[in-house]
Design a binder for this molecule. Structure first.
Ligand SMILES: Nc1nc2c(ncn2[C@@H]2O[C@H](COP(=O)(O)OP(=O)(O)OP(=O)(O)O)[C@@H](O)[C@H]2O)c(=O)[nH]1
Ligand SMILES: [Mg+2]
Length: 348
């Protein structure tokens, strides 16, 4: 657990194509010949190639929350490591204050027509390098669920609600209207990944999850699954599900009626890594690009659903429905002034 002000700084800005680093090449010289001039060489890290799914993904804002030291920052890094669709993530710096930190990642290039149209450039003047610009379409928010006092207001709930309130009060200018009309680049949170301890949700967790699920999608996760045996994982998952059920929470599950898995399912995840038995080459193991593999848990399944075209569209749609419900409720309570966005909420 890290209650101290540790600084976990990760450089995932150029995610390696695989777990193997870029190998440098050294020129082979004929015996007896020594080079007159040695040119310094620099190996530029390779970025993962764009995937077809990554290129098709839209905007997604994922807030990762849970109690202090449960593994929020590590989970964001583990998601970037385990998804082949994330080609870049800005540097993650762990802070120990109660503030939310936005971490941007990319799964796709910014198309030239968006770069040019956004800046009002004509087609003829478009930059030849615009296809190299990354679209930071994924935003992770690293945010503790409790402030200094677990009974007080929750930074995670405050973050989610403040984005919706901002949206509801906003006067729509050209940039906002374009974002709205062209498929959404709004700052609302599409999903909250709520990390829960092995003992299941506490009453404070239930209270915060209830507030969060009223404004967006909440996916409960069983954290640090590597610390449990398979049997213990199963009973911790059941305990968590029972806690959620008995509180009557409306959490989000990637389960479709009649699908292969049509009952609510808790993902037991872990960000812990393990030694890779297949790689014994010291030059690979020592490379700064090398990432040891993650312990096998449900994280792979979660990431596959979260960063799929259907999963992300489903989350955005469901978050939009929840946002409208939340705005309507706030307006009835008198906490939101009628605006262009909220005055029509009753009609949906
Ligand atoms: N065994 C195990 N350790 C983990 C896991 N995730 C994180 N840790 C460790 O737990 C400690 C805290 O992890 P962080 O990712 O910093 O947790 P956090 O929730 O971001 O912490 P705060 O920002 O201080 O609230 C670190 O030492 C991690 O290496 C996990 O899944 N399994
Ligand atoms: Mg952290």
């Amino acid at each position: 657990m890290s209650e101290d002000g540790h600084s976990l700084s990760a450089s995932l800005s150029e995610l390696p194509p695989s777990h193997s680093p870029v190998m440098g090449t050294s020129p082979i010289l004929p015996r007896g010949l020594t080079p007159q001039l040695v040119m310094p060489s620099l190996t530029v890290p390779q970025r993962r190639p764009f995937s077809e799914i990554g290129k098709s993904l839209g905007k997604l804002k994922v807030l990762v929350t849970g109690r202090r030291g449960i593994g929020k920052t590590s989970l964001i890094l583990a998601i970037a490591q385990s998804s082949a669709h994330i080609v870049h993530m800005d540097t993650v710096v762990a802070t120990s204050n109660n503030m939310a930190t936005d971490v941007y990642a990319s799964t796709r290039p910014k198309p030239w027509w968006r770069t040019d149209l956004d800046h009002g450039l004509s087609r003829r003047r478009r930059s030849s390098t615009s296809d190299q610009v990354l679209d930071r379409n994924i935003c992770f928010v690293d945010c503790p669920v409790y402030g200094d006092d677990a009974q007080g207001s929750s930074p995670a709930v405050d973050y989610v609600e403040s984005r919706l309130a901002e949206l509801a009060h906003k006067s729509i200018n050209g940039t906002d209207l374009r974002a709205l009309l062209s498929g959404g680049a709004e700052s609302n949170v599409d999903v909250v990944l709520y990390l829960l301890p092995h003992s299941g949700p506490t009453s404070d967790d239930i209270r915060c999850m209830r507030d969060l699920q009223n404004a967006t999608n909440v996916i409960p996760l069983l954290a640090r699954a590597d610390e449990l045996s398979l049997e213990e994982r199963l009973s911790a998952k059941n305990r968590t599900l029972r806690g959620i059920d008995s509180a009557g929470l409306d959490c989000f599950f990637f389960t479709a009626p009649g699908g292969a898995q049509d009952h609510p399912h808790i993902y037991a995840i872990s960000s812990a890594t393990q030694a890779d038995a297949e790689i014994i080459d010291a030059s690979i193991l020592m490379s700064s690009d090398y990432l040891p593999p993650l312990v096998a848990t449900d994280l792979g399944d979660l990431v596959k659903n979260l960063l799929s075209v259907e999963g992300s569209t489903w989350l955005r749609h469901s978050a939009a429905c929840k946002a409208i419900k939340w705005m309507r409720k706030q307006r009835h309570r008198g906490s939101l002034l009628p605006s262009a966005l909220t005055s029509g909420c009753d009609e949906t």
